[in-house]
Design a protein around this ligand. Structure first.
Ligand code: AMP
Length: 349
């Protein structure tokens, strides 16, 4: 049993099994998962989204390895099997069954217009598969099969959550089901920028990320490659971009690299430290070498305890196996109940 068996409000979140977790996953998703795990109002379901991994090209053995790695990262980051149901998506075949029922209230046109679908098709032009098109429908099933009304994920997932709410509304209207319309649970790190260039930190863009398993030297090296400028200039607010501010150095060049770096400073060293650097930017100038050293230390300080715990877990395979087996059994029981109710409502039960 979980430690919070009597609560009815539920939370679902997951991360694809595409590699080691990075700071974007941690700040955008895992931190929210941890916060809700400690909220007695919620029963928390956290999966490794291994089935979502096969919506883009993948290697079978890599998938197996990464599935385990995500669970280890979860446990190392503080997900607690006494408080949360930690499980493997593909072990609960009811997700796929519900996704099929949901696909009957979802139009192809709607799915084709999602920006996330278009981006992935651009990335993998020869793999615009039905599975990829169906990704948001499966995600809706992942969430609604547990009747979850809170979903701790990064801001990039908002369009998918909108699809989930639309499916819930449609099902409730057409078939009298009782699905909640889930809301995203946002963290302060809901958008972690890439270290190296445009867009967000992402596993698929080399140079963009810092992994939770990186040692201090690796973090220093990754930060060393982050773009800077002359260190001195002007600052203006920009309401529309995720980087929030525009830094323009003495040569008149816009420095998004500095905006990204100071976002990391704020996330790991706090708003006061960011304000201090901004003060330097408009007066004496920032010394980026020192800034990066201090930032690397601050990031490593947060990661080091997780790395110690992960190392212990790597040597305790039977404990990890047991966590997954228990989580799968608990998730399956809830999923089966929902499927039975839905089948009845839609005329298949
Ligand atoms: P994915 O790796 O795409 O399966 O993403 C797993 C979770 O991490 C989702 O909740 C994403 O929204 C979140 N996430 C991924 N990258 C970032 C990022 N750069 N900033 C904030 N959240 C992120």
């Amino acid at each position: 049993m979980t430690a919070k068996p009597n609560t009815t409000k539920r939370v679902l979140s997951g991360i694809r099994a595409t590699g080691r977790l990075h700071l974007g996953n941690y700040l955008g998703a895992v931190k929210g998962m941890l916060a809700l795990q400690d909220d007695p109002e919620y029963q928390t379901f956290y999966m490794v989204a291994d089935a979502h991994t096969i919506t883009t090209p993948y290697q079978v053995e890599e998938l197996r390895k990464n599935r385990r790695a995500v669970i280890l990262d979860y446990l190392a980051a503080g997900l607690d099997p006494e408080k949360s149901v930690i499980f493997q998506q593909a072990a609960i075949s009811e997700h796929f069954e519900l996704a099929f029922y949901f696909s009957s209230v979802t139009t192809i046109a709607k799915m084709q217009h999602l920006p996330t679908f278009k981006d992935k098709v651009k990335q993998y032009p020869n793999h615009a598969t039905m599975a990829l098109l169906n990704y948001p429908v499966l995600m809706a099933a992942d969430i609604l099969i547990y009747m979850a009304d809170r979903v701790p994920v990064g801001i990039d997932q908002e369009p998918h959550l909108e699809v989930t709410r639309e499916i819930a509304r449609r099902m409730n209207q057409d078939y009298g089901t009782n699905f909640p319309e889930p809301q995203r649970f946002a963290t302060t790190g809901e958008y972690v920028p890439s270290l190296s260039g445009e867009g967000k930190m992402s596993k698929s863009v080399e140079g963009s990320f810092i992994n939770l398993t990186d040692d201090l030297a690796t973090i220093q090296q990754r930060l060393a490659n982050a773009a800077t400028d002359s260190g001195k200039g002007t600052i203006a607010d920009e309401a529309d971009t995720k980087l929030k501010k525009i830094y323009t150095d003495a040569s008149g060049q816009r420095s998004d690299g500095v905006a990204r770096l100071l976002t990391f400073v704020e996330l790991f060293e706090g708003t006061d430290q960011r304000a201090e650097y901004e003060q330097q930017y408009t007066s004496t100038g920032i010394k980026y070498g020192q800034l990066k050293q201090q930032l690397a230390q601050a990031i490593y300080k947060q990661l080091a305890p997780m790395q110690i715990k992960r190392h212990e877990l790597e040597n305790n395979a039977s404990f990890v196996d047991q966590v997954i087996a228990d989580g799968n059994a608990k998730a399956k029981a809830v999923a089966q109940t929902t499927i039975a109710q839905v089948k009845e409502k839609i005329g298949l039960g």
